[in-house]
Design a protein around this ligand. Structure first.
Ligand code: MC0
Length: 145
């Protein structure tokens, strides 16, 4: 079901400062930036490698406000790994299968994710404390609007 690790999402207070750190320290480059109002974040994707089914990235996340998932996470835990995202061939199918195995799927339907992907989240309390995202790359099927 999981094809690869699509990205690791890292929560930060200052997106530009954190991008500069990753660029100068690891020679990574930003390949996409987006403000996602629905998710309450401003984010940047730094490319690591290409693989079967899509690339892998570090995703830096700055909250749009305190009452957002990343804003609440920062207030409670500070900066750090916010979620791990796995590439799947069909996100709707993965949601059904994983939900049927007793894991809470936080989204009723796939949502718009970065780089034109379709995404859904799994509850961290059912995933060993790790907020987990399912990602369907846009070229593997129909992306959510
Ligand atoms: C919260 N908790 C986490 C967590 N966020 N545990 C691990 N990793 C995280 N990221 C824990 C809290 O510590 C708390 O545990 C419990 O979950 C409830 O948290 P809460 O602060 O009371 O907040 P809730 O319940 O209102 O919401 C938590 C929940 C929510 C995970 C359901 O944040 C959510 O629906 N997240 C999915 C959407 C999201 O995160 N979007 C931003 C990334 P204790 O033990 O203290 O009670 S968007 C994104 O990444 C897009 C752009 C993309 O990739 O394309």
């Amino acid at each position: 079901m999981f094809m690869r690790i699509d990205h690791v999402g890292i929560a930060c207070h200052d997106l530009e400062e954190k991008i500069a750190f990753f660029e100068r320290t690891f020679d990574l480059r930003v390949v996409a930036r987006e403000t996602n109002e629905e998710q309450g974040v401003k984010e940047a994707m730094l490319h690591i490698a290409d693989g079967e089914g899509g690339g892998s990235y570090i995703q830096l996340l700055e909250p749009l406000g305190p009452d957002t998932p990343v804003g609440k996470f920062l207030a409670k835990r500070g900066e750090g790994v916010h979620h791990v995202a796995f590439g799947v061939p069909d996100v709707a199918e993965a949601m059904r299968e994983i939900g049927g195995r007793g894991v809470r799927v936080l989204d009723a339907e796939p949502r718009h994710g970065t780089l034109g992907s379709s995404i859904a989240f799994l509850h961290p309390k059912d995933m060993g404390g790790v907020l987990t995202e399912l990602v369907q790359a846009p070229d593997t099927g129909d992306a959510a609007p």
